[in-house]
Design a protein around this ligand. Structure first.
Ligand code: GBH
Length: 475
């Protein structure tokens, strides 16, 4: 088509990684094979009422059996990197003890095939599938889970360290802590604000301990980082009460992680704001130093910004925020903050499209963490994709979304952000957590009856971008 020879209008730095991402529970299926035991997401998805339509990850997109085809698909698309996660309950079914060889073999095979195709593997150690046995012992609100995570990280590091350079400890610890233990819309579905704050700390500690272990077992060239989902929080107005709402959500969404990670301390205002919920005595001497490890990169996941205000007396209906179907807040101590839609058209998730948030996010982290390279480890959108009479999937909305967000990344680079790569969420349509299979984020369509993969027009578009190293003037 016309684009094949279209000139590149916006060029990215040489070596910029053009990737796509997935996560184990969302794509693998095969939940009872080769020694895998249930994770909290198996339990949660099999609990009636937790996931839309009663969908589960039992089969997902059968990636556990179709991984060779999926790698070929990535190679055909010209991707230069693939971010996937390791399922902890495949490697260490009870969350303790020695590694299961068959579990490790699956990931070793996958990594070898990626390398053979010239695709850089980026391994995420934890994308939300905690072994159920560890949840039975208390889960992330319990300190021991951080030690267990570090031990597991060491097992995977030892097994794959000779061939994997890039390591992400945790994916979006905010979701694990505040959606898992606060609002309860994610596994394990607990709704206890104090437990959510304890979980956030133990996730931070787990990251710190795991990165120390990884430094010990991995070759010196290894890169160790974390993927965060910072809220780009904007105040609805400049009124002091709205600015204060912004400050409080920024503390609970962002600084609860970047404080200890980048500065070695929890923010004072966060501790004061949550004093009625917890005294933070679970933070022991030495913990914040253990969390404050060198980071080789920061991964940023971005979808949409948040607009907040102080509670409005005239507010109507349910608030727009991470409450989802839950009556419980993911924002401990800030239940009185109102969330509003940013301007912009909505995706199928009802998330406003606002690419300027991505530029802001990258520049903000450039200022906060000078000298640390950044990756966009997730960005993408769900739309109502359908297969047409010719068997094709046309998704011009997604192409526009990707184009605008990649242009936003380029803007940030021009303004000084050291962004080394971009990972489209997601390679394939997959299990979208509490939304089940109802929301499609893939560049590649999956027919959930036959497991057939059909690259959408956005996949073709992205593949041209990846091959040319830049954006066309128009999509
Ligand atoms: C990521 O989560 C996940 O890493 C990935 O597994 C997932 O499939 C993908 O994004 C798409 O959802 O919750 O209404 O306040 C993103 C989860 C979505 C949580 C945006 C915070 C803010 C809007 N985040 N959400 S709301």
């Amino acid at each position: 088509t016309a684009l094949t020879n279209a000139p590149v209008a916006t060029r990215f730095p040489a070596g910029f990684l053009w990737g796509a991402a997935t996560a184990s529970y969302q794509v693998e299926g095969a939940v009872r094979e080769d020694g895998r035991t249930p994770s909290i997401w198996d339990t949660f998805s099999h609990t009636p009422g937790k996931v839309l339509n009663g969908d589960t990850g039992d089969v997902a997109v059968d990636h556990y059996h179709r991984w060779r085809d999926d790698v070929r698909l990535m190679a055909d698309l010209g991707l230069t990197a693939y971010r996937f996660s390791v399922a902890w309950p495949r490697v260490q079914p009870t969350g303790r003890g020695p590694a299961v060889q068959r579990g490790l073999d699956f990931y070793r095979g996958l990594v070898d095939e990626l390398l053979a195709q010239g695709i850089k593997p980026v391994v995420t150690l934890y994308h939300w599938d905690l072994p159920q046995e560890l949840e039975n012992a208390g889960g992330w609100p319990e300190r021991d889970t951080a030690y267990r995570f570090a031990e597991y990280a060491g097992l995977v590091g030892e097994a794959l360290g000779d061939r994997v350079e890039s390591w992400v400890t945790l994916n979006e610890p905010w979701c694990s802590a505040f959606l898992g233990y606060g609002s309860g819309v994610h596994a394990p579905g607990r709704t206890d604000p104090a437990a959510a704050l304890r979980a956030a700390h133990h996730l931070n500690l787990g990251h710190g301990l795991a990165s120390s272990v990884l430094r010990d077992v991995l070759p010196a060239r290894a890169q160790v980082g974390i993927s965060l989902n910072p809220s780009v929080v904007r105040a609805l107005t400049e009124a002091p009460a709205d600015l204060d709402a912004r400050r409080r959500i920024d503390a609970l969404a962002n600084r609860v992680f970047t404080g200890p990670l980048l500065k070695g301390a929890y923010p004072r205002d966060l501790i004061t704001d949550t004093a009625a919920i917890t005294d933070w005595s679970f933070v022991r001497d030495g913990d914040t130093a253990a969390i404050h490890q060198p980071l080789d990169f920061i991964g940023l996941n971005y979808y949409t910004p948040a607009v907040v205000s102080a509670a409005r007396p005239d507010r109507e209906g349910p608030r727009l925020d991470g409450h989802g179907a839950s009556q419980h807040t993911p924002w401990p101590g800030a239940d009185d903050v109102d969330f509003h839609h940013a301007p912009g058209e909505l995706t199928a998730m009802n998330w406003p499209v606002d690419p300027t948030g991505l530029t802001d996010l990258l520049l903000d982290h450039t200022a906060q963490a000078p000298g640390i390279p950044l990756y966009v480890t997730e960005n993408g959108a769900a739309y109502e994709d359908v297969v047409d009479a010719e068997g094709r999937v046309h998704d011009p909305d997604r192409i526009r979304y990707l184009h605008a967000h990649l242009a936003a990344v380029h803007d940030a680079i021009e303004q000084g952000a050291d962004v080394r790569g971009y990972f489209l969420w997601s390679l394939l349509d997959n299990f979208e957590w509490a939304y089940g299979y109802g929301k499609r984020f893939g560049a590649v369509y999956v027919d959930y009856e036959t497991q057939e993969r059909i690259p959408k027009s956005s996949a073709t578009w992205y593949s041209r971008v990846a091959r040319s190293g830049g954006l066309p003037a128009e999509s």
